[in-house]
Design a protein around this ligand. Structure first.
Ligand code: ASP
Length: 334
């Protein structure tokens, strides 16, 4: 009788162990299938883009910048580099380019300064790092990566995050370095938060490397005229950025408050994981839901097979991608 009971207990333990091994959770690094395919997608913000609709030279300027950024990530991936490096380096280029609302060229907060947010996530083991409201670190995306790799935390904000970045050796600059946009009385100290969808320029990147690993990152100056230390979705894991080798990598852009409320980036992954939807349907459903809740913006995503999806409910979204070296770039719904 005792022997029978012990046998039963051992049997139950074996069944539980089998289930646990067969159904691993996100936090356990996966041995991804090397597929030799690689893919990279980036965005430079979504919005109405009224001023750009008939300005072909300006559109060309943006497209060239997006293609340059794409070529940086693409060459890294082509030569066997990691998706994490491709995402970081692509975003660093965009942070340096004053055309975009990230790093140099960011919009002004109600204090008349640039307050920057960024996050990065590694789909291999679902590790992540983020910074919010930083004012001196030259590349917020690299600060986010340092949080992920050099601390046991995920999200550092304000002066603490700037101090951390300096302590780990990242380059810091005076805030005026970022301030390339003309200052109107409105973005000096009006206290008005500018959430018009006609503002754009947040940047993001998602990538799949040849080892089958995914990564995602997002960087922004946030909403123009933001006050009281407002932080949007871009540095919030699950809202503006998400990556899991088992599903996909996602970066978002738009009015951040909606992306936070509906955990948009994670929702794409969850629809793939639990509803078994293909990437395109998952992103489509998430943007449809965003529209029905009166949110505006878009997402870029890549799955672990290299499928790409870009979806948005605004008239335009700067976006570009390359799959095994074939480049595309778009602004409007063309
Ligand atoms: N999502 C960003 C924020 O709310 C802004 C943007 O993507 O344009 O801070």
């Amino acid at each position: 009788m005792i022997k029978q009971k012990a046998g039963l207990q051992i049997g139950i333990i074996i069944v539980f162990l089998c289930i646990a091994l067969w159904h691993p959770v996100c936090s356990q690094p996966q041995t991804a299938q090397p597929n030799k395919n690689y893919a990279i997608v980036l965005h430079g913000g979504a919005g109405v883009m009224r001023a750009l609709q008939h300005d072909i030279p300006k559109q060309r300027q943006y497209k060239n910048a997006l293609l340059k950024a794409l070529s940086i990530g693409d060459s890294l991936l082509k030569t066997g580099g990691s998706s994490l490096d491709a995402v970081e380096q692509t975003i660093r280029y965009l942070e340096n380019n004053p055309l975009f609302n990230a790093g140099r060229g960011a919009v002004y907060s109600s204090k008349g300064i640039c307050e920057l947010d960024a996050s990065i996530m590694n789909g291999h083991g679902c590790t992540a790092g983020a910074v919010g409201g930083v004012t001196t670190v030259q590349h917020p995306i690299s600060a986010a990566r340092a949080v992920m790799e050099k601390t046991k935390h995920v999200f550092l904000v304000s002066a603490g995050a700037d101090t951390f970045a300096r302590k780990v050796g990242l380059n810091t600059v005076p805030n005026t370095y970022f301030q390339t946009r003309p200052k109107s009385p409105g973005n000096k100290a009006s206290g008005q938060t500018h959430s018009s969808p006609d503002k754009w320029g947040t940047v993001g990147c998602v990538a799949l490397d040849k080892d089958g690993h995914l990564a995602a990152g997002t960087s922004t100056g946030g909403l123009s005229g933001k006050k009281w230390g407002r932080i949007g979705d871009s540095p919030i894991i699950g809202a503006g950025t998400y990556a899991d080798d088992k599903t996909c990598a996602v970066s978002c852009t738009g009015i951040g408050e909606y992306f936070i409320r509906y955990s948009i980036a994670y929702d794409v992954s969850a629809r793939m994981k639990y509803k078994h939807l293909p990437l395109r349907e998952a992103t489509r459903e998430v943007i449809d839901q965003l529209s029905s809740n009166k949110g505006s913006g878009g997402v870029i995503a890549v799955d672990n097979n290299g499928n790409i999806s870009t979806q948005f409910n605004t008239p335009g979204m700067f976006r570009a991608w390359s799959k095994n070296g074939a480049f595309e770039v778009h602004v409007f719904k063309d």
